[in-house]
Unconditional design. Structure first.
Length: 264
């Protein structure tokens, strides 16, 4: 009996271990329809690159009510993938997990430790070494700055810049601030990399919900559609896998933030 139990344990744990080895940053999963309108679940290893945008939803009723006052909804938080000075990948975030400062968080543990739903929009825009370094330098200058609590609270009031004439004339993307909202620092980072056009996606009036889909902006030229992140692929999922070392596909050579268009 003990030998059988051990065999079952090995049998069930082996696929999980193999998945972890083949995809050290987890898996991207989504549901789609084929040509016959049959639904299928597909999964692929997450191969992060600089400029990927991460979206976090802790399923909090409190944040859902607060965000509804600003006319938006989940996801409630966002971050952007960057490289640390040692070359490892990390997430640049302002206020992760309801904290009050800017952090650079090791990417693997950030994804695996989060309690909630994570979505990922992968970057399609080639990042030059110079832009890569520029984002790294920017991120380290922001570490320790405060989360913009009061500016968050203003989003539910008439004093916010979003909407109407104020958005038309006052909205902008700051390349440096004393305090940051989570979406502001993501938009600034993506603008720095050439992913977002600052004339289209403006940090002071952009919420995570605006960039997780293409409802407000057409981001399809610069970001992949959102995938749900999972530590392991769900049972029965169709696995999409590229040969080791094959780069992530680009929409077309040289696509950049200039390909963005606001929705009419």
């Amino acid at each position: 009996m003990e030998a059988m139990a051990l065999a079952l344990l090995v049998a069930f744990s082996a696929p999980c271990q193999a998945a972890a080895q083949n995809a050290p940053y987890g898996w991207l999963v989504r549901s789609e329809s084929d040509e016959n309108d049959n639904r299928r679940v597909i999964a692929k290893p997450y191969e992060p690159i600089v400029g990927d945008i991460l979206f976090f939803d802790d399923l909090s009723p409190f944040w859902e009510r607060l965000y509804s006052l600003a006319g938006t909804g989940p996801p409630f938080h966002a971050g952007i993938v960057m490289k640390r000075r040692n070359g490892s990948l990390a997430a640049l975030e302002s206020g992760p997990d309801d904290t009050l400062h800017v952090y650079i968080l090791e990417l693997g543990s950030r994804l695996s430790d989060f309690k909630g739903v994570i979505q990922v929009r992968r970057n399609k825009v080639p990042v030059t070494p110079e832009k890569d370094q520029e984002l790294t330098d920017f991120a380290y200058r922001q570490v320790g700055k405060k989360y913009a609590v009061w500016r968050l609270l203003l989003q539910g009031t008439p004093f916010r810049h979003r909407g109407g004439m104020k958005e038309q004339y006052l909205a902008t993307t700051y390349m440096d601030r004393r305090r940051w909202l989570c979406a502001e620092i993501v938009v600034t980072g993506a603008t720095m990399l050439g992913i977002f056009d600052p004339a289209v996606v403006k940090g002071t009036v952009t919420y995570p919900l605006d960039i997780v889909s293409d409802n407000k902006f057409d981001l399809s030229g610069v970001l992949e559609p959102a995938w749900t992140w999972r530590a392991a692929p769900p049972q029965g999922a169709e696995i999409l896998d590229r040969p080791a070392g094959e780069p992530a596909p680009l929409a077309s050579p040289g696509r950049s933030g200039s390909d963005l268009k606001p929705k009419p």
